[in-house]
Design a protein. Structure first.
Length: 772
């Protein structure tokens, strides 16, 4: 394919990507609709992507020249003057590259007679010979030739990828034809009368064939003009309920002509194998196809729990590897493990609409896609722009400069240093700023994607979004700082509170945007003034000064906060403990530990425990472990939480003891902390906590066992799956899914019939985790 076709190829790829992106948006808008409706949308999207190249060529063009493509042509006069055609220039270039006598290629015999290969005759008017003229045209066409060669490489790569995908599909078709030829129609199967009756009931053509094979254990359907349903040999021994479910599902594929849409999807993936949107659309089409067939089975009167049981049994067959992979390209198997989780959740959800898609709605959807496809295919966002015509007279060549000796080390043009990307902390701002910036950036990215390519557009959009988010976030941070400074100035009678707080935020906005990073040190006078205010006789003034020092987070404020930890006011001591936790200075561990042990006020001890957890230093574990026996339940709860934050295995024994605390809140927090540490020694204590009298403790223990992920917990969790509380059963099902032990499959299958919908959905999710 020549280089002139490259704009057409790029145009088709961009338009197909736009169609698939719009299809994805339409499917998302229909997320509450039936699976049949979403399947129709994905089918129309893939079909439109396949049709857009042909329609682009066939339909009248509507030029919208966003991009201009420069083309060059060889003047006829110049060709006549040299006696050389463009093909001759190509041959001359090849000979010159090999070092051969270029002057003899493509020139007339009269032009080279009487001259050697190294001579160049020049007329008395200074005009070059044909060889010199050919060299001029050679440089003119070399870029075109290299572009054509690059285009040919791209086309070859595309053909290779498409051939691999189509080859897999054709191999599946050949395998199916071979299997069909070796498998006679069923005439004596005990399930055949039921199959024919169900086919008539749902309106399937009587031409459908029913086959039976011992080589495939998975029920499947194939065929477009002559559809076939294949049943495994052991189907003769299946109970009637299972036969009805399986036959209904496979006949639903036949009724919906899913084999045809399956082939459409594979052809689209072959045509756009380099485009991730095509693969995403094919995967979603396959998922919605199976869910639509599930809906037809359920609409025929099948109970959701019974249907889920049958799907799980068939999934076990697939787990054993008895499904021939070669058939996947041309058949529709009943239960793929990768789709099982979502299908089970949809089957067990009574709010999902099960109705099919009427012909009227299908026609309306097709009309909508046509209204989008035809104008999009007609638009030509590029225009060919011919270069200025060359003069008929061949120009006199400029005098050649004397050869220059190259330096020993070539001079390299310095590349610009890329700007440093901001860290996540630097771009952190209010969610409104970031989200607004990103939304605006995405809109700009889409527009830029049409003009400059999808990749460039998205990159520009992200840059725009980050920039807008950062600017908005900083502005919000400054405004918040002003408000806080005013409040502190009024409450604490600190004259410089407003200005110093604003200065601190402005100085630190580029480095953290309000994060826990160490701020730039402020004026020492401000720190000294606030420290002096801690000696005020009014406790409210001391409290306000502490709050200001905490917000400044200047290292020089540490000593002032440490002294306030012994203030006569409990509120001031509590604020000092909080401030030391915000500083996260390991030097504060010892004084905070002393406050946790000795302070007479429970609120101060609670804040000291919280601060030790914020410092995140494991040297605080002994002090926290000793406080597990504090007389106040709120202190013990905060101590246990802090140990969970530190995640040190040395706290296992203390947390195990806390599982027997008289306060249910403490026991619940202890179970959570053990789950955070994820140590196998916590399994047995957590198993015991599954029998706690408080349901919140049992629920948290189940969650923690799922975090530890030890197979030793499976048996206890299976028993807990019968807990009286639906919240506990739901959390137990989730934990079993996290552990992924096959021993839980039977209990989870039973949980699919639970009276609580949330438990059923969580069990379906867990089974999907086990099937992977």
């Amino acid at each position: 394919m020549g280089a002139s076709y490259l704009p057409l190829v790029i145009d088709a790829v961009v338009k197909a990507s736009i169609i698939l992106a719009l299809t994805s948006v339409a499917a998302w808008l229909l997320r509450r609709a039936s699976a049949s409706a979403r399947h129709m949308v994905w089918t129309l999207g893939l079909a439109s992507a396949l049709l857009v190249p042909a329609l682009t060529i066939a339909l009248p063009r509507w030029e919208l020249p966003i991009v201009r493509v420069a083309t060059s042509s060889v003047p006829a006069e110049a060709t006549r003057a040299t006696g050389l055609a463009p093909q001759d220039f190509r041959l001359k270039a090849e000979a010159t590259r090999r070092g051969g006598p270029a002057a003899t290629i493509g020139a007339h015999p009269a032009a080279i007679s009487g001259s050697t290969a190294g001579e160049r005759a020049v007329s008395d008017r200074g005009r070059p010979t044909q060889d010199a003229e050919a060299d001029g045209f050679l440089y003119r066409f070399r870029g075109f030739r290299l572009q054509a060669e690059g285009s040919s490489i791209l086309i070859a790569l595309w053909c290779l990828g498409a051939a691999l995908i189509l080859g897999r599909m054709l191999l599946g078709i050949l395998a199916v034809r071979w299997m069909s030829s070796r498998t006679p129609d069923v005439t004596d199967a005990p399930w055949l009368p039921m199959a024919r009756a169900l086919a008539r009931e749902i309106g399937v053509s009587p031409r459908v064939r029913f086959l039976r094979s011992g080589t495939a254990a998975m029920p499947m359907a194939w065929g477009i003009l002559r559809p076939s349903v294949l049943m495994p040999a052991e189907a003769d021994e299946w109970p009637a309920a299972r036969l009805r479910i399986v036959l209904l599902h496979e006949l639903a594929h036949v009724k919906r002509r899913d084999c045809l849409t399956h082939l459409f999807a594979q052809v689209a993936c072959a045509a756009y194998w380099f485009n991730p949107l095509a693969w995403m659309a094919s995967r979603r089409l396959r998922s919605e196809r199976e869910r639509a067939c599930d809906d037809l089975v359920l609409a025929a009167g099948t109970r959701g729990s019974d249907y889920a049981d049958q799907l799980l049994d068939i999934a076990r067959v697939m787990r054993a590897g008895r499904f021939p992979a070669v058939l996947a390209g041309a058949t529709l198997a009943m239960a793929h493990r990768t789709q099982l989780e979502g299908r089970l959740i949809a089957i067990l959800d009574p709010t999902v609409p099960r109705h099919g898609l009427s012909r009227g709605r299908a026609a309306f959807a097709a009309a909508i896609f046509a209204l989008v496809l035809v104008p999009l295919a007609s638009v030509q966002p590029w225009a060919a722009e011919e270069a200025p015509a060359q003069s008929a007279a061949v120009p006199t060549p400029a005098p050649q400069p004397a050869p220059v000796v190259a330096p020993s080390s070539p001079h390299t043009t310095p590349q610009p240093t890329p700007a440093a990307m901001p860290s996540p902390d630097q771009v952190k701002g209010p969610r409104g700023g970031i989200s607004g910036g990103v939304e605006g950036g995405i809109a700009a990215g889409i527009a830029e994607g049409v003009a400059g390519g999808i990749e460039g557009g998205i990159a520009g959009g992200i840059r725009t979004g980050i920039g807008t988010g950062v600017s908005t976030g900083i502005a919000h941070g400054i405004a918040t700082a002003v408000a806080d400074g005013i409040a502190e100035g009024v409450a604490g009678r600190i004259a410089d509170g407003v200005s110093e707080t604003v200065d601190a935020v402005v100085a630190g906005a580029g480095a953290g945007g309000g994060t826990r990073q160490e701020a730039k040190p402020v004026d020492p006078k401000a720190v000294a003034a606030l420290a002096e205010a801690l000696k005020d006789s009014d406790a409210d003034v001391r409290h306000a000064a502490l709050e200001a020092l905490t917000k400044l987070r200047d290292p020089r404020a540490y000593d002032a906060l440490l002294g306030a930890l012994k203030d006569s006011s409990a509120d001031v001591r509590e604020k000092a403990a909080f401030g030391l936790g915000q500083f996260r200075d390991p030097r504060a561990i010892e004084p905070l530990g002393a406050a946790l042990k000795q302070d007479t006020n429970a609120d101060v001890r609670e804040q000291a425990a919280f601060a030790l957890g914020q410092i995140r230093n494991r040297s605080a574990v002994p002090a926290l472990t000793a406080a597990i026996k504090d007389s106040a339940a709120n202190v013990r709860e905060q101590v246990v939480f802090a140990l969970g934050q530190l995640r040190d295995p040395a706290a296992i024994d203390g947390l195990t003891a806390a599982l027997h605390d008289q306060s249910a809140d403490v026991r619940e927090q202890a179970a959570f902390a053990l789950g955070q540490i994820r140590d196998a020694r916590a399994v047995d204590p957590l198993i015991s906590a599954l029998k706690d009298e408080a349901k919140d403790v049992r629920e948290q223990a189940a969650f923690a066992l799922g975090q530890v992920r030890s197979p030793r917990a499976v048996d206890a969790l299976v028993i807990a799956l019968k807990d009286a509380s639906p919240d506990v059963r739901e959390q137990v099902a989730f934990a079993l899914g996290q552990i992924r032990d096959p021993r839980a499959i039977d209990a989870l299958t039973t949980a699919l019939k639970d009276s609580n919908a949330s438990v059923r959905q969580q069990a379906a999710f867990a089974i999907g985790q086990l099937a992977r």
